[in-house]
Design a protein around this ligand. Structure first.
Ligand SMILES: [Zn+2]
Length: 279
């Protein structure tokens, strides 16, 4: 209901720029520029969670970008999926190219060469409750828009929503990095039949995880665990925007070894597991 109504009102009523409020345009040139005007770049949260893949972002999470993401996600301004998908597509392309160069994954042999398996864009899932409340799934919608842009440019990609939340996850807003990691630890699983999508007829398809925002990297780290656990092969991750804490001129900090983190997370996640609503 909400979706088509907003799409129709967006067509007939004057709207303001979702980024800056400038009059009578869905998204002004300046805000579009803030979203996808520069080449996507590698970004890191600080500290870097163990297990986080390389992440590329199209934009910084500044005022305009934040407003556009919120207008799409919370206010259902669905026409913004186009420009957001365009921005995400740039980040995916950068992730794929970086994956090829770094030899992290199975990228080589299909881009440009053709004939190889398509890259799967796997969205980090929202809570089902949030999707129901919003009346749409913003992450999936942006991923689908990005996939269309990439296919038009000749990159073989396919959106595969193979991840789902296995248990209750609290809202991440207001939680610090460690609490966020504990909140989402082992919260994601692969949907029935997902493994077959990840490796079709024995051929592993390279995966790029996609999300709207990189904050602490907790969700992307958890999504990586779930995809890798199901036999998927990760090229990297791509986001529309990254929260910038400080210029990353120094080497990013690592937050302990994987083993240290695991024991901390097991301990704290237990509380969520016991107190959460199973779904
Ligand atoms: Zn604007």
């Amino acid at each position: 209901m909400r979706g088509w109504w907003q799409e129709i009102t967006g067509l007939v009523l004057p709207v303001d720029c979702a980024g800056c409020g400038r009059w009578r345009t869905v998204l002004c040139e300046e805000c579009r520029e803030a979203l996808s005007g520069r080449p996507a770049r590698r970004v890191w949260p600080d500290p870097v969670p163990a297990g986080l893949p390389s992440v590329h972002a199209a934009a910084s999470y500044g005022d305009a970008v934040r407003s556009v993401l919120l207008a799409h996600k919370e206010r259902g301004a669905l026409t913004l999926a186009g420009p957001l998908g365009e921005a995400l597509a740039g980040a995916v392309r950068a992730a794929v190219e970086s994956g090829e160069r770094g030899g992290e994954g199975a990228g080589a042999g299909w881009v440009g060469g053709g004939g190889g398996p398509p890259v799967l864009l796997v969205p980090v899932p929202s809570a089902r409750r949030a999707v129901a409340a919003r009346g749409h799934d913003p992450g999936l919608r942006i991923a689908l828009a990005a996939a269309r842009v990439l296919r038009r440019s000749g990159l073989p990609v396919r959106t595969a929503a193979v991840l789902r939340q296995r248990r209750f996850v609290a809202d991440q807003v207001g939680l610090d990095a460690r609490r966020r990691q504990a909140n989402v630890f082992e919260a994601l699983g692969v949907v029935r039949g997902g493994e077959r999508l990840l490796r079709k007829q024995g051929v592993v398809r390279p995966v790029v995880l996609v999300d709207d925002l990189l904050t602490t990297g907790a969700s992307l780290t958890e999504a990586t665990r779930a995809v890798s656990g199901a036999g998927g092969l990760l090229l990297g991750a791509a986001v529309v925007a990254a929260v910038e804490r400080a210029p990353l001129e120094r080497a990013p900090r690592k937050s302990g070894t994987a083993e240290e983190r695991r024991s901390f997370l097991m301990e704290t996640a237990g509380k969520h597991l016991n107190g959460g609503t199973p779904r």
